[in-house]
Design a protein around this ligand. Sequence first.
Ligand code: ZN
Length: 143
Amino acid sequence: MLCELAVKGESLGDNSICPGCLVSGRLFFTSTWVARGIIWYGKDGRRIYQEIKVPEAGCRECGGRFRVLSEEILPYKLFSLPVIEDLCRTYVQPDPYGPGLRKVVEGPVEVSPNYSTLHRWTEGLGSLSRGIEGKEFWTGFGL
Ligand SMILES: [Zn+2]
């Protein structure tokens, strides 16, 4: 669990790469936790919006501070990876009687993507690999 790994001063491991200076093995957990909104699946399997706390990491090389995200949370994306994958898979299925775009994005407005967002996802899924952007980064940690 990410929470248990996030001990102050503890290294993120030799394979962790700083998104700021790209030097490996220099990241450590700070004692700071940052609020982060995410849309994912709740216990009952429904899409929900939740505010969670993510640990902050610091870099001993460049002094940068970054939010450490678990593998299902993508940098700067409100929707979690499982939700994005599910919606895209449903949308691009070859079944002519499939739900289609309108049905796929249906649901409570606050946890459903805009049509244009879903279009962007289906076009860009291939580039959703280990996204390292700005001050949030994705790790291989499972939650
Ligand atoms: Zn750095």
